[in-house]
Design a protein around this ligand. Structure first.
Ligand code: ATP
Ligand code: MG
Length: 578
């Protein structure tokens, strides 16, 4: 291990996975080698939970001078697609990680896995079973009763070998037979009760085409993939803890009769990684099941996999998240062995912290109310200096146009203000940010009695936002000049779900009833023109409103902004705050 990295890790407080790596390095278990992998199944888009796993696997490789591979765990032809392979690699790269070598595919190892399967048959450790999958399930036994042996369990090796080859050759229909490991029918761990290794599926595979009609089960395949790639630490989520004995059994079964130097009947021992389980990320107000996310996409409940409300990496990227914010989040939540739910506000906090440093401030009015300054000359306009980022002096200042007719937020005015409302009201003076003090003189209404405009006066002596006599209005409002501002569409996002732990619905209730119908609100407003032509993905702070990101639906002259996150003490809080 790189010494510098070790010190850094120690200072940061080392999680249990890194402790194992440090331990292994000190005992020389893997000769100081650290090799991890991130193994998604290409059957959906990656989400924020995967980001935790990505940051852990790639982070460890980086800190310990090791390697991390990106492996598509594509052993199930039914649900896997090239689109997912592409999005997965794009998302990993966007998060800032680079995998070692080329992208690996579990399906590239099918020949080798098949060879090892034949070896287990020949060793008497696997057999072809003619039972249906349902029958296998029915005879699995209970916690107190062992499983019933398959009637094919003791079929001769030659017969199993012949049937297995014919399974591969496509002689049998889907589900007609399986290859099963011969382990322990009475094991308290159901995983070991003669698990299925291969099933027959006549289906086109995104990588291997129609070459195969038998496909390996996850447990059989995963350890072999790790072995082929020389993985040292095979990190996965807690639900695989009960699979670990099987993971180890398969590798031990292959290694039985093998030697370090390869002398003897079965050849050289194969590499056997160590599986380590950590708790998966659960996030409040968020569903992280690929199956459910796919359902939202297919039912067109969201704008696609990259809808800004989706917890997918592509969704939160579109919403305005930065890789730095996500990596910071992963660091803060840490890694442990116990399932818990992280408050989604922590994720939002990480984004706010990052954008606060980076995003330029601009003024936008999202629910416009016209404000006319009676004593400001018709046709005049002037440019006022505005600070781009109070946290970054290098960001400088810009000119903001001011004129007789402005827009302010509807919410910033009340005709009959209650006690604690300090913003604009009849007869009251407020500061317009970077501009002047204005006083409301009268309210203009339409025939229906709705307020359509405010008539005000301004104090020319307060240019820039300070009065020579030192008087200080209680409120400072943001504004835009009506004739100079650009029209925009803004999409205001809240949480997709209204329940803190969505998905825990009783039998017979559709989990989609927990979606929040108000999770997206689309409004039309006006933006300082300086920011209106920012490129897709650009992030700015609309003063007092939140951080916004230019959406890919923007067209020249009609930009669309997504609200990524509200401000900490947001005057216009996110649509719904958990
Ligand atoms: P599936 O139900 O399709 O298996 P999955 O979310 O487990 O869904 P995988 O593609 O198998 O998807 O996941 C790739 C890796 O990401 C695995 O190592 C998995 O353990 C990890 N992972 C998945 N979800 C989470 C999560 N919520 N938190 C942390 N890691 C996760
Ligand atoms: Mg999985």
């Amino acid at each position: 291990m790189n010494e510098h990295a070790a010190v850094e890790t120690a200072e940061r407080g080392t999680d249990f996975v890194r402790k194992i790596v440090i331990d292994d390095n000190s005992t020389g278990k893997w000769g100081g080698r650290v090799a991890t992998r991130f193994p998604p199944e290409p059957n959906g888009y990656l989400h924020i939970g995967h980001a935790k796993s990505i940051c852990l696997n790639f982070g460890i490789a980086q800190e310990f001078g090791g390697t991390c591979k990106l492996r598509m765990d594509d052993t199930n032809p039914a649900k896997e697609e090239q689109e997912y392979v592409d999005s997965i690699s794009e998302d990993v790269r966007w998060l800032g990680w680079q995998w070692e070598g080329k992208i690996r595919f579990a399906s590239d190892y099918f020949d080798q896995m098949y060879g090892w399967a034949e070896e287990l048959i020949r060793k008497g450790k696997a057999f072809v079973c003619d039972m249906t999958a349902d029958d296998v399930g029915r005879t699995r036994g209970t916690t107190t009763e062992p499983a019933k042996a398959s009637p094919y369990r003791d079929r001769p090796v030659e017969e199993s070998l012949d049937l297995f080859r014919r399974m591969k050759a496509g002689e049998f229909p889907d589900g007609a037979r399986t290859l099963r490991a011969k382990i322990d029918l009475a094991s308290p761990n159901f995983m070991l009760r003669d698990p299925i290794m291969y099933r027959i599926v006549h289906a086109e595979h995104h990588n291997t085409g129609s070459k195969w009609c038998i496909y390996p089960m996850y447990d059989w395949a995963h350890g072999l993939e790790d072995s082929i790639e020389g993985i040292t630490h095979s990190i996965c989520t807690l639900e695989f803890e009960v699979h670990r004995p099987l993971y180890d059994w398969y590798l031990d079964a292959i290694n039985e009769g093998r030697t370090d130097d390869g002398s003897g009947l079965w050849g050289k021992k194969i590499h056997h990684a160590r599986q380590i389980e950590f708790a998966r990320l659960n996030l409040s107000y968020t569903v992280l099941s690929k199956r459910k996310l796919l359902e939202l996409v297919q039912a067109k409940i969201v704008r696609g996999w990259d809808d800004p409300r989706m917890p997918t990496i592509s969704g939160i990227r579109r919403r305005g998240y930065t890789p730095e914010a996500i990596r910071d989040f992963a660091k803060r939540i840490g890694v442990n062995k116990f399932d818990s739910t992280v408050d989604v506000q922590l994720l939002e906090h990480c984004l706010r912290e990052d954008l606060n440093k980076k995003a330029s401030r601009v003024m936008a009015v999202l629910r416009p109310l016209k404000l006319v300054i009676e004593n400001y000359p018709d046709g005049k306009s002037e440019e006022l200096d505005a600070v781009n980022n109070p946290n970054d002096p290098a960001a400088g200042t810009r000119k903001v146009p001011f004129s007789k007719t402005l827009y302010i937020e509807v919410e910033d005015f009340m005709e009959e203000p209650p006690k604690k409302f300090f913003r604009l009201a009849p007869g009251r003076e407020v500061r317009l940010r970077y501009a002047y003090f204005v006083t409301c003189k009268s309210v203009v209404k339409d025939a229906a009695g709705r307020i359509v405009a405010l008539r005000c006066t301004y104090d020319p002596a307060t240019r820039g936002g300070d009065a020579p006599d030192g008087r200080k209005p209680k409120a400072t409002l943001h504004w835009v000049s009506a004739e100079h501002a650009a029209p925009i569409e803004a999409r205001l996002y809240g949480q997709l779900f209204s329940k803190p732990e969505p998905g825990n619905v009783p039998e017979g209730v559709d989990w989609k009833t927990e979606l929040d119908p108000k999770s997206e609100e689309v409004v039309r407003g006006f933006l300082e023109s300086s920011a209106a032509s920012a490129p897709v993905g650009a992030k700015v702070q609309f003063e007092r409103l939140g951080y916004f990101c230019v959406d890919k639906d923007s067209k020249p002259g009609s930009p669309v902004f997504n609200r990524a996150v509200g401000l900490k003490d947001a005057y216009a809080a996110p649509a719904k705050k958990p």
